[in-house]
Ligand binder design. Structure first.
Ligand SMILES: Cc1cc2nc3c(=O)[nH]c(=O)nc-3n(C[C@H](O)[C@H](O)[C@H](O)COP(=O)(O)O)c2cc1C
Length: 300
């Protein structure tokens, strides 16, 4: 039985990885999860300098999910390279570093630094507000997506995955722009912008007013978007959004994802990733699937 998949030239032992921002840099979870079992660890977003994030409250519960407005708090690329990359190097798993920035120069500074580091891939978070475009996210304008992708590709030494925001009218158009810019793959979805009012306090539940919705409630939207993108581009897709169990992961794979990321589920069940890998194995045995790659994009 084969669980290995090839993601933009990088071989993963299985298609299950963590979703950025929900697993720290791996160290926090390594007490519960044997990182050697994972297809890859995707780290929390890292910027060229430390970011302190938003004011609190920064998270809120909702039915079947959560909202967050962490604001991409991170220690900056210097600390990340000194502390987090060597930590992850100890494990037999692939390391995918998620990158954030407010302007192209900020992304490029991180990518240039990472080019020399022993990491396997980069995932570029283009949901960040673009200071040069009235704080609209990079990922909401296909021209910015293509341009930023092309600039990153010029200096990156590892495969580049562009992480798409679902807060757009036509996700396929954005994915095509990333492909045209030379992306080696796309990942989707990032969180959907939402709002919650705390009626007792008569104000917003989050200090930032709005926050990103994630968890099981977003899954049908995410599966639909992965399917649409799979019809639109030839580059591989990492699917995510509300994956809690192997059946959820299979939906994304059948819709066209080569690999999947598990995010919010880690907060309620730290073993979620490993249980999903075991569940995929079980499904394959029970259904006579010899190679997981047979299932990628099987629904047309
Ligand atoms: C608390 C939290 C922090 C996140 N931080 C990041 C981040 O730093 N970079 C990023 O690209 N996505 C980030 N995300 C988005 C997730 O990686 C993922 O795309 C999204 O939550 C959907 O998957 P899920 O429903 O399985 O959580 C974050 C999500 C949550 C809930």
């Amino acid at each position: 039985m084969n669980m290995k998949v090839n993601l933009a030239g990088v071989e993963l032992k299985n298609p299950v990885m963590t979703a950025s921002g929900t697993f720290g840099s791996g160290a926090e979870y390594s007490e519960f999860v044997d990182l050697n079992k994972l297809g890859a660890v995707v780290t929390k977003g890292v910027a060229h300098v430390p970011w302190s994030g938003n004011d609190t409250p920064r998270i809120a519960e909702i039915h079947s999910g959560m909202m967050n407005a962490i604001g991409l708090q991170n220690p900056g690329i210097d600390v990340f390279c000194e502390r987090d990359i060597p930590y992850l190097q100890q494990f037999d798993t692939k390391v995918i570093v998620n990158v954030c920035g407010h302007a192209p120069e900020e992304y490029l500074a991180v990518v240039e630094r990472l080019a020399e580091e022993p990491i396997d891939m980069m995932e570029i978070n283009i949901s960040c507000p673009n200071v040069n475009a009235n704080f609209l996210a990079f990922g909401q304008d296909p021209r910015h997506v293509e341009e930023l992708t092309a600039q990153i590709k010029k200096i990156a030494k590892q495969p580049v995955i562009m992480k798409l925001t679902p807060n757009v009218t036509d996700i396929a158009e954005i994915a095509r722009a990333a492909e045209a810019g030379g992306a080696d793959g796309v990942s989707l979805i990032n969180t959907l912008t939402g709002m919650k009012i705390d009626v007792k306090r008569r104000t917003f539940a989050l200090a930032n007013k709005t926050g990103g919705v994630s968890g099981p409630c977003v899954k049908p939207i995410a599966v639909r978007m992965v399917y649409q993108v799979a019809q639109a581009v030839k580059i591989p897709i990492i699917g995510m959004g509300g994956i809690q169990n192997a059946e959820d992961a299979l939906e994304f794979i059948m819709a066209g994802a080569t690999a999947v990321s598990v995010g919010t589920a880690n907060f309620t069940n730290p073993y979620a990733t490993v249980e999903i890998i075991e569940g995929l194995e079980r499904y394959m045995k029970e259904n006579g699937v010899e190679d997981i790659r047979e299932l990628i994009g099987i629904v047309k």
